[in-house]
Design a protein around this ligand. Structure first.
Ligand SMILES: Cc1cc2nc3c(=O)[nH]c(=O)nc-3n(C[C@H](O)[C@H](O)[C@H](O)COP(=O)(O)OP(=O)(O)OC[C@H]3O[C@@H](n4cnc5c(N)ncnc54)[C@H](O)[C@@H]3O)c2cc1C
Length: 428
């Protein structure tokens, strides 16, 4: 007999939710987390769309450590000396159905783990799972430190940089074009100052994404989220594109923080935290198989994350996948079949949910970004010049708008513009 019905590797977003579902179904479940405390190793820009959290914990808002409800959305195309910004506020962002919150993982992850613990899951912290145990080709447990612990099913919720996925299913490690590196500072400022600067009421906040000069033309972008009394600011840049960059990413972040459109938001603040992490970017076509004999993959271990330029989503995917993984594992344990066939309901459940539907819909985005470098340099400069022709007035006679815009379009080439637009529309 195995030591546990189920072992969950990793306690980020997917792991505790999977463990919660298993414990709720009356199963013995052990979570192994390498961080000394849950959340210690984890990084997010910080915006959580809460629909999937609500599906697991309907009353989460009463106890979860949420920072600010996001009610203002900004997207900027950054040139080195200008920003062209779309600024959206919408009452529907306050509607429960569409709600999203800024979160800090150092606070959020322990809360999530606490929910699983209260439901009966056991936790071991501070030890990494080094390898998977196998019996007759099927996963039968984990090796962690000195210990070999067995289980009828193992759930890999160990995030994007999983060393265990290649041992579990027929998949390699993600390639440098399928992952980006993220770097982030958390900057402390008084609550009122943050509210005023983001034009938000206390308790409400802003999500601001940047493309262009944030990464100095490299594939990727910047983010800024307002928390209660801190601001999360950072960059995400594709690894394969960054390797031959002259400027290291920490320098890119310092330059980004000094950009004239960004600096006033964080002026006078103190850097409280500095972190870095990989983030999955390969999308649907890069995903490994989701089940093997005795094993399931949930969250970013299976590369469930999208960066569509206007939004970054990984946490809501991980939570929803963790829920389905826990439920499917519990059903397979009940049926006495945790082979790949017995666990196959997991993939079907995700295919019916937004998780695989959204990942599939946005499958062209990674290639579109990679093949359209103009998004990160030419277009932000073009947007700046177009806005200059509208908004700068010096008393010399004006040109008709069309006469100002046509030379700008010619600079890129009509064919290139049409091609990029058509590819962008298809990708999104
Ligand atoms: C810079 C950045 C910005 C982002 N911004 C956003 C955002 O704004 N919104 C959003 O929704 N998503 C965002 N994401 C993505 C999001 O953070 C991830 O998709 C999400 O955290 C994935 O959850 P997960 O549970 O699969 O993995 P993780 O949260 O990474 O958790 C994996 C856990 O497994 C543990 N672990 C790993 N290996 C082992 C091992 N061998 N043994 C034991 N434990 C192990 C880790 O310590 C960790 O606790 C961002 C990511 C980055 C890096």
């Amino acid at each position: 007999m195995a030591d546990f019905d189920a072992i969950v590797v990793g306690s980020g977003c997917a792991g505790p939710v999977a463990a919660y579902e298993l414990a709720k179904a009356g199963r013995s479940v052990l979570v192994v987390e390498r961080g000394n405390v849950c959340g210690a190793k984890n990084v997010s820009g910080g915006r959580l769309y809460t629909h999937s959290l609500r599906a697991v914990f309907p009353d989460f808002a009463q106890s979860a450590p949420l920072e600010r409800r996001i009610v203002r959305e900004r997207i900027s195309m950054l040139a080195s000396d200008a920003a062209t910004t779309l600024d959206v506020s919408d009452e529907l962002m306050r509607d429960q159905r569409y709600e999203s919150y800024s979160v800090l993982r150092a606070r959020f992850d322990p809360w999530l783990a606490g929910q699983a613990e209260q439901a009966g899951a056991e936790f071991i912290n501070g030890i990494a799972v080094e390898s998977l145990l196998k019996q007759d080709g099927r996963v039968s447990g984990v090796r962690a430190g000195e210990d070999e612990i067995t289980a009828d099913v193992v759930l890999l919720c160990d995030g994007v940089n999983s060393l265990l996925v290649p041992q579990a299913v027929d998949a390699g490690r993600p390639t440098p074009d399928q992952v980006a590196v993220g770097i982030k500072h958390v900057i402390g400022l008084p609550e009122k100052v943050i509210s005023d600067r983001s034009l938000c009421a206390d308790g409400e906040g802003m999500a601001w994404l940047f493309v262009g000069d944030a990464t100095q033309g490299r594939i990727g972008g910047g983010f800024l989220y307002t928390n209660r009394d801190t601001i999360s600011i950072g960059l995400v840049a594709t690894v394969s594109d960054l390797v031959d960059a002259d400027t290291p990413i920490y320098q890119l972040l310092d330059d980004f923080k000094r950009h004239p459109s960004v600096a006033p938001m964080i002026a006078g603040g103190t850097v409280l935290e500095h972190s870095g992490h990989l983030v999955a970017e390969g999308g649907y076509d890069a995903m490994p198989p989701l089940v093997g004999d005795g094993v399931l993959l949930a969250g970013e271990s299976a590369l469930m994350c999208v960066n569509a330029g206007y939004t970054v989503r990984g946490m809501d995917f991980a939570i929803a996948a963790g829920q389905q993984a826990g439920r499917s594992a519990a059903a397979a344990l009940e049926a006495g079949d945790t082979s790949a066939t017995g666990l196959a309901g997991y993939r079907s459940a995700l295919e019916d949910s937004f998780v695989l539907k959204d990942l599939k819909l946005l499958r062209r985005v990674p290639r579109f970004m990679e093949n359209t470098p103009r998004i990160f340099g030419t277009y932000p400069a073009l947007a700046r010049d177009a806005m200059r022709s509208l908004f700068l007035v010096d008393g010399t006679p004006m040109n008709p708008v069309r006469r100002s815009m046509l030379p700008l379009a010619r600079r890129v080439g009509y064919l290139n513009l049409a091609r990029d637009l058509s590819r962008g529309v298809k990708a999104l």
